[in-house]
Design a protein around this ligand. Structure first.
Ligand code: NAD
Ligand code: GLY
Length: 365
């Protein structure tokens, strides 16, 4: 088992990474203060992992809350179901909420923990690659609004993150690829040598090789912990973790939540951010195409939805959380491995990126 740390003074916490960790009562018990525990999971994950976790937590008084599965349920109505169950089972302020699932469950359970009785402890047990390398670390919690992705939420750090690599064995291949989008992101924004490692190990990762997965998860979590430790509430460098997300969130919102997976939208959105960085003369076409090839090798889409016009993008991008004083800010690459957040770009370059023919370029790769 590897242990990393997110250093945030009194809100610091460990990230445990290994195989079979869901069965480690000692690891969990050390981060549960009271006698009550509420496991929040969904209809897909529950039959796979809930009873194992309930057994691990048999020393505690446990309530299991099984939500409907999907991004489309990351909303107020589903959040209310969590509060209903917590109150019905009389959970007090000493309770610990445990998120068992992917990023949707982690974001919702974390937000519920932030709000319930003005804040109770919570633990993340992420079960998708995306949630293991990204959403379970860093304390961003929340839900979607019909007008914008993740628009309602709170920064609320967990007591611990427990990553059991074994859980990836049941993950559908499409979901694994979606997680790889966020893994590739770390290479692009802050770890250029990692891109070379990913190029060499993409087949091992897609084949669920535990050693390769362990390295990719550790390196991703280490990068995320570093960035979050430096800028917990996204007043600066943390925004670089959103490479491709402004374009990607527009895709997710426009297509309808859950139609494109978050990681898929991030992949196509990152290709757009790379295109724009290239048009600005910051990266070369060869570097842009290298990244596009890596997304393709990961089984990810690199062409935005053909039915989305530049106007559609602009409409959705206007509600991005990085918009400040009405100015759109984008995460772009000054170089591979060096991301910047900027509103300093000519409008015509953005327009060219939004109207580029990404499908045609694929034929030249
Ligand atoms: P998800 O939570 O919808 O999980 C994907 C699918 O896999 C679901 O159907 C889920 O039930 C299923 N699943 C989960 N674990 C499984 C397993 N081990 N075996 C089989 N099936 C399993 O999606 P996701 O990609 O994990 O997360 C995406 C969400 O995370 C989005 O809502 C996104 O906004 C959010 N996110 C948040 C942050 C953050 O910092 N908080 C960062 C990135 C993404
Ligand atoms: N996923 C972006 C962040 O955590 O800041």
């Amino acid at each position: 088992m590897q242990t990393l740390h997110v250093d945030l003074a009194e809100r610091s916490y460990p990230i445990f990474i290994g195989t079979g960790l869901t069965a480690r009562a000692d690891l969990l018990a050390a981060h549960i203060a009271g006698r009550q525990v509420a496991i929040v999971t969904n209809e897909t994950v529950a039959p796979l992992y809930l009873s194992r976790l309930e057994t691990t937590l048999s020393a505690f008084s446990t309530t299991s809350i099984v939500l409907p599965d999907g991004e489309a349920f990351k909303n107020w109505e589903t959040l209310q179901l969590i509060f209903d169950e917590l109150l019905k089972a009389r959970h007090d302020r000493g309770t610990t909420v445990i998120a068992l699932g992917g990023g949707v469950i982690g974001d919702m359970a974390g937000f519920a923990a932030a709000c319930y009785q003005r804040g109770v402890n919570f633990i993340q047990i992420p079960t998708t690659l995306l949630s293991q390398v990204d959403s379970s670390v860093g304390g961003k919690t929340g839900i979607n609004h019909p007008l914008g992705k993740n628009m309602v939420g709170a920064f609320y750090q967990p007591q611990a993150v427990l990553i059991d690599i074994e859980s990836l064995n049941t993950l559908p291949a499409r979901e694994l690829s979606a997680g790889l989008a966020e893994v590739i992101k770390y290479g692009l924004i802050c770890d250029e040598p990692f891109l070379g490692w990913l190029e060499d190990n993409m087949s091992a990762l897609r084949g669920l090789d535990p050693a390769a997965l362990s390295i990719a998860i550790e390196r991703s979590c280490a990068a995320k912990a570093r960035v979050v430790g430096a800028d917990e509430r996204e007043s600066g460098v943390r925004a670089t973790l959103n490479l491709g997300h402004t374009f990607g969130h527009a895709i997710e919102t426009h297509q309808g939540y859950g139609v494109w997976l978050h990681g898929e939208a991030v992949a196509a959105g990152t290709v757009m951010a790379l295109d724009m960085s290239c048009r600005l003369g910051w990266i070369g076409a060869n570097e842009r195409d290298r990244a596009v090839r890596l997304f393709l090798a990961a089984g990810l889409p690199v062409v935005p939805p053909l039915d989305m016009t530049p106007e559609h993008f602009l409409e959705h991008m206007a509600v991005d959380k990085k918009v400040l004083d009405g100015r759109l800010r984008l995460v772009l690459l000054r170089a591979i491995g060096e991301a910047v957040v900027t509103s300093d770009f000519p409008r015509e370059i953005l327009n060219a990126t939004l109207s580029a023919d990404y499908a045609a370029r694929l034929n030249q790769l």
